[in-house]
Write a protein that binds this ligand. Sequence first.
Ligand code: URA
Length: 227
Amino acid sequence: MPLDQAPTLARPSIEAGLHVLPQTRQLRALHTVVRDRSASRVDFVHYSGRIIRLLLESALDLLPFAPRSVETPVGRAYEGLAFAEHICGVSVIRAGESMEGELRAIIPGVRIGKILIQRDKVTKTPKFYYQNLPADIAGRQVLLLDPMLATGGTAVAAVDLLLQQGVAEENIVFVAFIAAPEGVTVLASRFPKLRIVASAIEERLNQNAYMLPGIGDFGDRYFGSPV
Ligand code: URA
């Protein structure tokens, strides 16, 4: 197999709205650093940031563009495109906050909302704790930021919350660092118009709902706590 062709990991059956980054050698090298259990936190933050930048550019590519013509320095017209407008990021606390800096670096001044939904240890169901969203979110293109799409439970609750706020399903792009087939299937079957962007699809979940081969606890590794 040529080096630049990644082995195809198990893919979910529902793929319509799923966009997986091209598995280039560069991306695989970035993944190799962050998946290494002995990676330092500095390396984890730096190299996952580079992957997040690729994910966000790919997610932005799914938004609506308008035609825009400009004149080049040599006097010719270039029939190009104007970036999508009315964008906002919504991060799922805590791991989703790791994506905010890269989004701000791409779109300075972008609006960012926050949601806190956590799995209840007793009922095992997602529990809503907090939201702080732009007042005009219903009219925006929303990048929903949550790096680990595992079982899909939190993701479904987060999308439901955005729909309750009046955001159109087709105006939401779920940005996941890595995703499990189980989570993609749950999310895509519940929300067929939702788009999902991920840098890799994992093989499966283990008995503790961690992805395999996986990356471990993304939030703990990125923020350095509680480890
Ligand atoms: N959350 C994580 O941080 N990692 C996983 O593998 C699954 C959920």
